[in-house]
Design a binder for this molecule. Structure first.
Ligand code: UFG
Length: 330
């Protein structure tokens, strides 16, 4: 049975993917420093307590023995908030780039030659053409996007000179929840649209809509929302590809269909049966008008298809998770 090491397995995407890898029959080891992830996600994902190691990736010496006999690494561990990255750029380079370099060194010491890497649509910055193909210009406009683009460059060099086979997955807007494992989105502070729409619906405090003067159908930004279950399935497909001797590749992970912020707001009202109060605010720095993936490569090369990314299914799963979490917190 292949042995997989997952970094960042206590986070949102990492925990759901870990759950999928275990279901697929892989042996999984999780490394997470719990600086942003949640300890309870470890048990919910199904990982045995003995296979969880609370550790920073920068601890190369401690990380190295954990990679003994590992067939592939799925690397999520990173800071992900675009706004925070503009306020604390050094933190983002040190954690996201520095942590990855240490991980790559530990992998080299143990001769681990397969990696699935979490990247982001943010590497494209303000895209010239939408839907965005993978060979579009890389031009991140935030330290967060830049930190991911830098790692992508390092991986290209390690592939060429060291034979490190890697699949880079550039996520568009990850959302939704995985009801069968009770895993979902719980960032602190929360900056993502769907949980903030729920919060507005429940508290009556208006959400700020960042700009309604973009060149889109209703003036609000268009994004490509991808269900966490479909996103996790893309990681399993990427691992299968690498385990089968496949080559390095970068893939967009999105549906190819975009929705405006107001369309998402309407879907939240429909699913929850509540009014979402809102106010139009200024544009948010760094927001592109439209980010939609051309995901044809992932579909054709890895035989992946989004199955759960209809907007109402996404919002429905996210809403059930939000309600359960609210009940737990009281
Ligand atoms: N939005 C609002 N009000 C809010 C929050 C969001 O109007 O309170 C809008 C944003 O302006 C944007 C859309 O809702 O148009 C989605 O915003 P999110 O913050 O949920 O997601 P982003 O598209 O900004 O970011 C996502 C990922 C990032 C990644 C980026 C790639 O969360 O990690 O896509 O461009 F970098």
């Amino acid at each position: 049975m292949p042995k997989i090491l997952v970094t960042g397995g206590a986070g949102y995407i990492g925990s759901v993917t870990t759950h999928y890898l275990l279901k697929r029959g892989f042996e999984v080891i999780v490394v997470d420093d719990l600086s942003r992830g949640h300890r309870e996600n470890i048990a919910l994902s199904g990982v045995a307590p003995a296979n969880f190691h609370q550790m920073r990736l920068q601890q190369t010496g401690a990380l190295t023995p954990l990679l003994s006999g590992v067939d592939a690494v799925v690397h999520f561990a990173a800071y992900i908030a675009v706004g925070e990255s503009t306020r604390e750029p050094a933190l983002y380079y040190s954690n996201n780039v520095g942590g990855t370099l240490s991980l790559l060194e530990a992998m080299a010491r143990q001769n681990v030659k397969r990696l699935v890497f979490s990247s982001t649509a943010a590497v494209y910055g303000d895209p010239v053409k939408v839907p965005i193909p993978e060979d579009a210009r890389i031009g991140p406009v935030s330290p967060y996007g830049d930190s991911k683009a830098m790692v992508e460059k390092v991986l290209a060099a390690l592939d060429r000179y060291r034979g490190l086979k890697n699949v880079t997955l550039r996520y568009f807007n990850a959302c939704g929840a995985e009801p069968e494992a009770n895993l979902g989105e719980a960032h602190d502070p929360e900056t993502h649209l769907i949980p903030l729409l729920f919060k507005a619906a429940v508290t009556g405090e208006p959400i700020m809509i960042f700009g309604n003067d973009y060149p889109t159908s209703d003036g609000t930004c268009v994004r490509d929302y991808i269900h966490i279950g479909d996103l996790a399935a893309a990681h399993v497909a990427a691992l299968d590809h690498l385990m089968g001797g496949g080559d390095s590749h970068a893939f967009n992970v999105g549906t190819g269909v975009g929705f405006t912020v107001m369309e998402v707001l309407k879907a939240v009202e429909k699913v929850t049966g509540k009014i979402v109060p809102y106010r139009i605010a200024d544009r948010r720095d760094g927001d592109a008008a439209e980010l939609v993936a051309d995901s044809s490569q992932l579909r054709s090369k890895l035989k992946w298809e989004p199955k759960r990314s209809g907007l109402e299914e996404i919002v429905g799963d996210a809403w059930r998770y939000f309600e359960e979490m609210s009940a737990v917190k009281g």
